[in-house]
Structures are given as C-alpha cells and as structure tokens.
Design a protein around this ligand. Structure first.
Ligand code: ZN
Length: 433
C-alpha cells in the first residue's frame, strides 16, 4: 500500500467512521454553485426582492424548484412549498422544505436551518434611509449569500440525511421586522417542542481572511465545543458571542426556548445600499462557512442526545458592529447634532436640543433657536433639513440663518472631515442586517 493517503485508506476500510460520506456531502457545497444562486437572486430582474412584491414570488419559486430537485418534501401550507402570511394587505411567502431523518427513533426531532431571502427592494424607507429611494438594492450579501448557502446545504444533506429531520426555512419579511420567522414559530412546519436547534445564516458573503461571527453560543452548553470544532475544521477565524438575540431570524426561535446560532460576516459600506452586488462577494468564503454550518448541523442532528437549552438574553453582534454602523450611517452625510420639534406656523424648525460636541454646538446654536435656512434652502420641514444636509460634504461648512427671539442671525457651521462621534448623531440607529 505504501504511499496511499490516509483519507483514501479510510475510504477503503469498511465502517471506518463517518469520513467518506461526510467528504462526499461536503463536496456538493461549491463556490461556483453559490455564485450562480446569488447571481440570479441579486440580479436586477429580481428588483431587490421586497417582501410581498412580484419579484419576491419569482425568488420563492426559484427556491422551491431547487428544494424539489434536491428531493426534499414541501413543508408549506396545504402540502405546498410556501407558507403565506400578511402585512398591510400584502401577502408574503416563506419557502419551506423538509428532509426526513434517517433514524426511525430520532427522526421525530428537528433541526431548523434558516436564511431570509427578502431584501429592501428599491431602497428609501425600506433600507432604513441608508440607500437612495428608487434604485434597485440587489442584496447580494443581504441575504442572497445566506440563501445560496442554505440551498447548497439542502443539496449536501439530501445526499446523505442525518439521523434527525432537517427543516430548510427560507424566510421572507425579515427586512420588515422578522415577519417570516415570527410567522414560522407560530405556524411551524414541524412542532417546536421537537425542534432541537436553529441555525440562521444572515449576511455571510463578505468573509475576507476567513472571518466569521457566530452568535448564540450561550443558548446551549453544547454549542461552544461544537462551534469550535466546526470553525477549526474549516480554518475559520471565529468571533463568538453568547446572546440568543440578534437583529435577525434566530431571535423568534430564541424566544421560544430553542438553542440557536447566528452566522454573520458583519456589515460594510454597501450595507442596505444599491452597491450590495454579486461581484463583491467572497464565494470561497461562503463555501467554507457553508461547510462549517454543515459540520455543526450534522453534529447536532446526529448526536445521541438532544441539545439542552440555556437562557442567554442579550443581543449578539460583532464587537465593531456599532462602529461600522456609525460609519455606514455617517457615510457621506454630515450631521448637525440637534433635535428639532414640529415646524412653527410661520415656518422654520425649532431646536429642542443641541447635542454636546456637535457641529451645531460648536457653531453656537442654542435650544429655542428657530432654523430658517441653510444657504439658500429654506427649512420648513425635517425632510428639507435632511435634504439640505445631504448636499453638504464632510470637511465643508455651511451658513445657517436662524431666528433667535426677535433677531435674525447667521452662523457658519463647520462639519468635521472624520465620521461623526456618537454624541453628535441626531439619533443612533440600528437596523436589521
Ligand atoms: Zn438587511
């Protein structure tokens, strides 16, 4: 035999562990196929996949056809692939497939793998005001990346089902407030009492340098070792956190007492913007994260005993998530650093609060001032103030006309070149990834 590699030796030995089957399943998770899924889902034809839109239906049909081709069983309403739910008169759809477990004794127990496939459509208010209204927001990272990985995981597991049953849940309405996952936990494809774990893939497309964030390790004493093994096998640089909550679809499962994980490669300058495109993703990275997800799901789904639940009632996010969000929100925009009240009857925006250290404070703007204009642009509404500030770049200054008591004065406001600090933000915002 001599130089036969150890892996190959194992393949030839009957009953020599799980490696051969595992290797064959893992080999079906391919960067090229991940790319093909993302290129379809994040194409302009799908118009940003807003929940309840016609394009969301096209995406749902694509997902259902893939799950069908892999040999899964439909887990939606009335024997179909879709779970329907409504908001504001619009019908939205989750896509749900079931892969029955191979062990008759354990197949009544379930592991749910989830990823949301909806995005913010054409931006504007949908994107939390981060993306311009009207342009297509393709949502390649958010969350065609996790959706594509979920498809590849369905294919991989279908080639050799684990002991327990798997549910593949493509959620819609995540961007509108976790609507699809909230609906799922109220109308699950299989009972929640039998659901032993949930693994959520949301934004896993911008790994770079093997980075992966995994939240939720505190939701079961079993997770830390399982996650560490999966990360090591794929040589991922893991950042982990305990909390069962996140601004994503694992939260409703956590609230039902189910051990859950949140896999995420963090936000970036294209987050909820029109530049979140397919060509910017790290497909080799998604492949490795998909393989790691396969490993940890396989371990939970094949374990002799059920994974126990533990409370971990905090929000798990990467350490620099807040900093990145402030940079993203700041973006090319400047902030004045005031809270304004309702516009007065004769126009102008009353200042109710000036934030310490802000450009407004440095310019000497005071509580009770009435903002009349920036440059030539009159300020009659908050929207006009936002629009006027939107035309000023960081490092520049602007002239503000103000009424103070009976006087009308003019002040020069300087906007710093660097990103605004927390204290000068009018309102620190957090959005669902
Ligand atoms: Zn999002």
């Amino acid at each position: 035999m001599g130089t036969m590699p150890f892996d190959l030796l194992l393949l030839l030995l009957p009953g020599a562990g799980r490696l051969p089957g595992d290797a064959a399943s893992l080999a079906t998770i391919k960067a090229s196929e991940l790319r093909a899924h993302v290129e379809f889902l994040a194409s302009d034809e799908l118009e940003g996949r807003e929940a309840g839109s016609e394009a969301e239906g096209v995406a749902a049909a694509y997902l259902a056809s893939r799950l069908h081709a892999f040999g899964l069983k439909p887990g939606g309403d009335e024997g179909g692939w879709l779970q329907h739910f409504r908001q504001g008169g619009r019908v939205m759809r989750n896509v749900v497939g079931i892969l029955e477990g191979s062990d008759p004794r354990r197949r009544s127990e379930v592991v749910v793998l989830g990823a949301h496939f909806d995005h913010v459509g054409r931006g504007g208010a949908q994107s939390g005001g981060m993306g311009p209204k009207g342009e297509i927001h393709n949502g390649a990272d958010d969350n065609a990346s996790g959706t594509a990985a979920l498809l590849e995981l369905a294919e991989a597991f279908a080639s050799a089902p684990p002991a327990r049953t798997l549910v593949f849940a493509h959620f819609s309405g995540e961007e509108k407030g976790l609507l699809g996952s909230k609906h799922y936990v109220e109308s699950p494809a299989l009972p929640l009492e039998s659901t032993v774990a949930m693994v959520n893939l949301d934004m896993i497309g911008r790994s770079r340098e093997s980075y992966l964030f995994v939240g939720g390790l505190g939701t079961s004493p079993g997770w830390p070792a399982i996650v560490a093994r999966a990360g090591e096998s794929e040589k991922l640089a893991l950042e982990t956190a305990e909390g069962g909550r996140a601004p994503s679809d694992n939260t409703p499962f956590y609230e039902k007492g189910i051990p859950c994980l949140f896999l995420f490669t963090n936000i970036h300058e294209d987050y909820h913007g029109p530049g979140d495109d397919a060509e910017k993703l790290d497909y080799a990275g998604i492949e490795r994260i998909g393989r790691a997800a396969w490993r940890l799901v396989a371990e939970v789904a094949n374990a002799e005993g059920r994974l126990p639940f533990k409370e971990a009632d905090s929000t798990a996010l990467p350490a620099d998530f807040g900093k990145r969000m402030r940079e993203r929100m700041g973006g090319n925009r400047v902030r004045l650093g005031v809270r304004t009240g309702e516009p007065g009857p004769e126009g102008g925006l009353p200042v109710e609060e000036v934030f310490e250290g802000s450009p407004a404070a440095s310019a000497g703007i005071l509580d009770g001032d009435l903002l009349l204009a920036i440059g030539d642009a009159p300020l009659r509404t908050r929207a006009e103030l936002m629009a006027a500030l939107g035309k000023v770049k960081r490092g520049e200054s602007a002239r503000l006309r103000i009424r103070r008591g009976v006087e009308e004065i003019s002040v020069e406001v300087r906007f710093p070149a660097e990103a605004p600090s927390r204290s000068s933000e009018s309102r620190p915002a957090r959005r669902d990834p």
